[in-house]
Design a protein around this ligand. Structure first.
Ligand code: ATP
Ligand code: MG
Length: 549
């Protein structure tokens, strides 16, 4: 696996060299209000790999200070996904576990005259805040005495006030050019049940106040976050300083990872699930970690994808195809390569004895002998891909079956098509063929077939459904580019095909990966049963990626 190397690694190295820090401690702080997506993977890989590079530690910290949207289901989902990605946090913490300590720090700021209880409503506060070009105005409640503030804040905690009736704010500078410094809110009143704290609290700290304190309590040295927090950094430092935190953490920002024609916002992913546009967060079309896993992506492919996209101080957008390429790289030599016929047509080999079944040796992965071999069967009736047959060979480039044309059924015999049967609409229902018994010998070189195609023996075949996925969003065009994402869904994003796989897959389990010969990479779905197998297409065999100039 590629090693992590980026500007934050350089910062960490310099901090260690100068003695500014004596070890590295990072954290990954998701809000448990949704499942993780591929964008989070960048934050996860960055935090864990950087700490690992310096023998440091990484905490998982649930940023659960906003109870309205948070839930235990998401906590469990995030832990599962993180484990699956192969990262084991040194500690699992919850922001809400620091509520008492955070409250004490708020009292400290009130006592120092650096925080006050404001009676302005939300709307009034935003009016008073000013704009980027105009300074804000002081709230009429800004100069309350320390005693009054202490009393009111205590009453807020005791539940004396309704939601929004009062707010605790930091007293900084209503004229600051940085809007975040214009007396930001520290605590708001929310009479709501918290997934871990129950009804213990009815005041909740804001992210900007809680986060730096949590980093400091845990001894985080480098607090990494995405770019939108750059302007929050002065506030982060202000809270750490004014709360007299013993340990001083520092915030560093990196660019977000976006994927072309894919929406990674939680709000949107949730809307898709709620509207029933997908089967759940783990629908294989979703860019969530659980969706990608179900689609057949491996943890290594995701990690290598994140590492290969690098890290910088600007947001970046990459093609989904790069993830496919990492999957191919990862599985090329690891995955078994069985036969599957996805859109089948039957071939009857008229001169092959009825009732006879032969078993031939076939390597499990032609490029990796270490994976051994298996037996595949052959009998009088076999399935081939419908697209591997045409009645009349069009030209010399057609390297598949046609009437009077001979091909090799891989690992078995040469067969030659002799006639076809059709239904009333003219669709081919069955191909008749003959085989040549001499052609199975490994040293048979008398003549060359017109190509090699794969097959599945009908006498041992297992029926299977193949789910073929495309992008959830229709490609962007002039007409649809301004539409809401919900209106731009690709109606063809999943197609099901019925077909057959070879008998060796009888015991396949969900999340088993395969390269189906000449078809692509597939994974067994959780809907698969012993009698009816279900496979999801992860990606094709070859890249269709064109580098945009
Ligand atoms: P929202 O603001 O919708 O709640 P978020 O993206 O901030 O979502 P968090 O759960 O707070 O989600 O994210 C945890 C961490 O993952 C944060 O540090 C965040 O910066 C990082 N992160 C989330 N999305 C991306 C992305 N697309 N690229 C890089 N980092 C991301
Ligand atoms: Mg967030």
């Amino acid at each position: 696996m590629a090693e992590i190397n980026n500007f934050i690694r350089t910062i960490m190295q310099n901090d260690l060299d100068s003695g500014a820090v004596d070890h590295i401690e990072t954290r990954f702080p998701p809000e448990p209000n949704a499942y993780l997506h591929i964008g989070h993977a960048r934050a996860i890989v960055t935090n864990f790999e950087l700490a690992k590079a310096f023998n440091g530690t990484t905490n998982l910290r649930f940023d659960d200070t906003n109870p309205a949207k948070e839930d235990k289901e998401f906590v469990e989902g995030i832990i599962e996904d993180l484990n699956w990605l192969g990262y084991k946090p040194n500690n699992v913490f919850y922001g809400s576990d620091y509520f008492e300590k955070t409250y004490e720090k708020a009292i400290m700021l009130i006592k120092k005259g650096l925080a006050y209880v404001d009676d302005l409503s939300q709307e009034e506060m935003s009016k008073y805040r000013g704009t980027l070009t105009e300074p804000g105005k002081n709230s009429p409640w800004r100069d309350r005495t320390v005693e009054e503030n202490l009393k009111l804040f205590e009453e807020m905690r005791q539940g004396k006030y309704k939601d929004g009736e009062k707010t605790l704010r930091a007293k900084i500078d209503m004229a600051s050019p940085n809007m975040n410094m214009r007396d930001p809110a520290m605590y708001r009143i929310l009479h709501i049940n918290h997934h871990r704290q129950g009804n213990k609290w009815c005041i909740y700290p804001m992210y900007d106040f809680a986060h730096p304190l949590q980093d400091a309590f845990e001894g985080i040295t480098h607090s990494l976050c995405s770019l939108e927090y750059v302007d929050h950094r002065p506030l982060y430092d202000w809270f750490v300083e004014k709360c007299e935190m013993e340990h001083v953490p520092h915030q560093y920002e990196f660019g977000r990872l976006n994927i072309a024609n894919t929406v990674l916002s939680k709000r949107y992913l949730r809307a898709l699930v709620d509207a029933g546009k997908v089967s759940g967060y783990d629908d294989p079309r979703m860019p969530t970690i659980c969706g990608l896993r179900r689609k057949g992506f491996t943890a290594d492919a995701i990690r290598n994808f994140v590492l290969s996209t690098g890290l910088s101080r600007v947001n970046s957008t990459v093609e989904f195809e790069l993830l496919d390429e990492e999957l191919r790289q990862d599985l090329k030599l690891k995955a078994l390569r069985p036969n599957a016929v996805i859109n089948p047509v039957k071939v009857i080999v008229d001169n092959y004895p009825e009732g006879k079944v032969e078993w031939f040796d076939a390597p499990n992965n032609t490029e990796n002998p270490e994976l051994g071999s298996r037996k595949i069967s052959f009998s009088r009736e076999v399935y081939i891909e419908r697209e591997d047959f045409i009645e009349v060979k069009p030209n010399k480039n057609w390297k598949r079956l046609a009437l009077d044309v001979e091909v090799r059924l891989m690992r078995a015999y040469f067969i030659k098509a002799t006639s076809v049967e059709k239904d009333a609409e003219g669709n081919i229902t069955c191909i008749h063929a003959t085989y040549d018994p001499a052609t199975n010998a490994p040293d048979f070189k008398d003549r060359k077939p017109n190509g090699n195609i794969h097959y599945v023996d009908a006498s041992t075949a297992i029926p299977a459904t193949f789910r073929l996925y495309e992008s959830l969003l229709a490609p962007e065009t002039e007409e649809n580019k301004d539409l809401d994402f919900m209106e731009r869904l690709n109606p063809e994003s999943v197609k099901e095909s019925e077909g057959f796989v070879e008998s060796n897959l009888a015991d396949t389990k969900p999340l088993d990966h395969y390269q189906f010969i000449r078809n692509g990479y597939y994974v067994t779905d959780k809907d698969s049963t012993k009698d009816h197998l279900v496979f999801n297409r992860t990606c094709g065999l070859k890249s269709s990626f064109v580098i945009k100039k």
